[in-house]
Design a protein. Structure first.
Length: 482
């Protein structure tokens, strides 16, 4: 089957962004992939505006610091500490919603999609809203830049240093957690270094920490000055030296490239293509934008086997629905509830390895909810959803919190502006309307036969027909794929 121009363009928009937007969906038959890619690059060139929920120390630093005494604030009572943690959780919810809005509405689609990828790669869960806000900005600013800079800045962020216990890493008492994850998850991947490399690397990272203002600080008196041997190199290394040694390894370029390939192209990595891409990535000095250009401008990216084969993450699913169907969200809490129930809460990854993705997104309960979401949003339905109970990942809200959240969304969730959606199809004759809607909404070859679908559609008016066709198609298993 020949892949249509529209399908190729939608494929690019789903993988390099969060799907087509109502305003531009009608033009996707005409524009070329090359032009569309140039537009994606151009719109993502600007430095992102910071999403700010905590402005300073008082706002952010002590909110949710679990080791308050360590941070020289012994005068805080237990109630104050609790209040601080609760405020930080509120801030993190606001940060979550505001970033999700950027993914939906910001024209810098490529930057925000890359940022979501790095958010999972550099998975970090600390309750300090100020730290999380600063780390997000670091990721968004460097998402399409150079991986060397991104790695270095993330490694020096208070968020990551706290999450991976490097604040406790000092000479004669090294903590190996940070060094291990930098090698295993951020650069080379498991099996490409030894336990001794981790031990020696941890000694090099001694003294890396942060101060009370939430700024990186090198504590010279806590740094191990003796000689270390990491990946066959010997010297009086510090943390920066170890990062340089890791970046010198071609394995690092290969590990990152393979992960990017599986995220943006296909869950099944093509080793030949990964090898070619990773060599280019290494030769280009870890230029992320050039790597993505190599992928998105290749002919093989648009082959049928790569289209409509990836399961959308919960965030991609929500953002994609809201991009095609412009909505005024009457209740932001609904989006948090969807994230919780579907297993992807921004800023709360399940562990240091991030979200596993792929088929892990779907189980029997999450699939049923996924199929209902378009109706819940467009029909302004009352929601009665039981989020999964996993308090460690659930923003600290057990049953009482879950009930509070459900109650908050009982008054309905969103109002959809159908005028922009109708415009997509204004020149399409009535007899071609259903096939046109289907190819705009779905990325898969197989779908419900039109004759069967027709029975469930509202044919009272052209507008009702479009609305019912889109919502019904979004409620099919095929819509879960992009």
């Amino acid at each position: 089957m020949a892949v249509s121009n529209r399908l190729k363009n939608q494929h690019l928009l789903w993988r390099a962004g969060f799907g087509p937007m109502a305003e531009n969906a009608a033009n996707l038959d005409k524009v070329s992939q090359k032009e569309l890619w140039a537009l994606l690059l151009k719109t993502s060139n600007k430095k992102p505006e910071k999403i700010e929920v905590a402005q300073n120390l008082v706002d952010g630093l002590f909110k949710g610091i679990q080791d308050v005494a360590q941070m020289q604030k012994p005068e805080l009572t237990k109630d104050q500490q609790k209040q601080i943690r609760e405020q930080s959780r509120e801030d993190l919810k606001n940060l979550n919603i505001r970033w999700l809005e950027e993914m939906i509405n910001n024209e810098a689609q490529l930057r925000e999609k890359m940022s979501l990828f790095w958010h999972g790669h550099f998975a970090c869960r600390v309750i300090n809203s100020y730290f999380q806000q600063e780390l997000l900005q670091t990721i968004r600013e460097n998402a399409l830049g150079n991986f060397k800079d991104l790695l270095r800045e993330v490694s020096k962020s208070p968020s990551m240093l706290q999450f991976l216990n490097n604040q406790q890493n000092r000479k004669k008492k090294p903590n190996e957690n940070f060094a291990r994850e930098v090698m295993e998850l951020f650069t080379m991947g498991r099996g490409n270094y030894t336990e001794n490399d981790i031990k020696e690397g941890a000694r090099a990272f001694t003294g890396w920490g942060f101060n009370l203002k939430g700024e990186f600080e090198f504590r010279k008196n806590q740094h191990d000055e003796d000689s270390k041997t990491v990946l066959g190199k010997t010297g009086n290394f510090d943390g920066d030296d170890v990062l340089d040694i890791l970046l010198e390894q071609k394995q690092t370029a290969k590990f990152i490239t393979k992960k990017i390939y599986r995220y943006f192209v296909n869950d099944q990595a093509d080793d030949t293509k990964v090898e070619w891409l990773s060599n280019r990535f290494y030769q280009n000095g870890y230029d992320i934008k050039k790597l993505m250009e190599d992928i998105f401008t290749s002919e093989w990216f648009y082959e049928e086997k790569n289209i409509g084969t990836k399961i959308k993450s919960p965030v991609e699913l929500i953002a994609g629905i809201r991009r095609l169907l412009p909505m005024d969200m009457e209740n932001d809490q609904a989006q948090l509830l969807f994230q919780r129930a579907l297993g992807q809460i921004l800023f709360y990854p399940p562990n240091v390895a991030g979200w596993p993705g792929g088929k892990n997104w779907i189980d029997s309960s999450s699939l049923m909810l996924r199929l209902r979401i378009p109706q819940i949003l467009t029909a302004n339905e009352v929601m009665d959803i039981q989020p999964k109970v996993d308090d460690d990942v659930q923003m600290g809200m057990m049953q009482a919190g879950a009930k509070k959240l459900r109650d908050a969304v009982k008054g309905g969730t969103a109002k959809t502006d159908w005028t922009l959606v109708n415009k997509i199809f204004e020149v399409v004759p009535r007899e071609k309307l259903l096939p046109k809607i289907t190819e705009t909404v779905l990325q898969t070859k197989g779908h419900i036969p039109d004759t069967l679908l027709d029975k469930y559609l509202n044919s009272e008016s052209r507008e009702n027909f479009i609305k019912s066709a889109i919502v019904n198609l979004m409620c099919t298993p095929e819509y879960q794929l992009c």
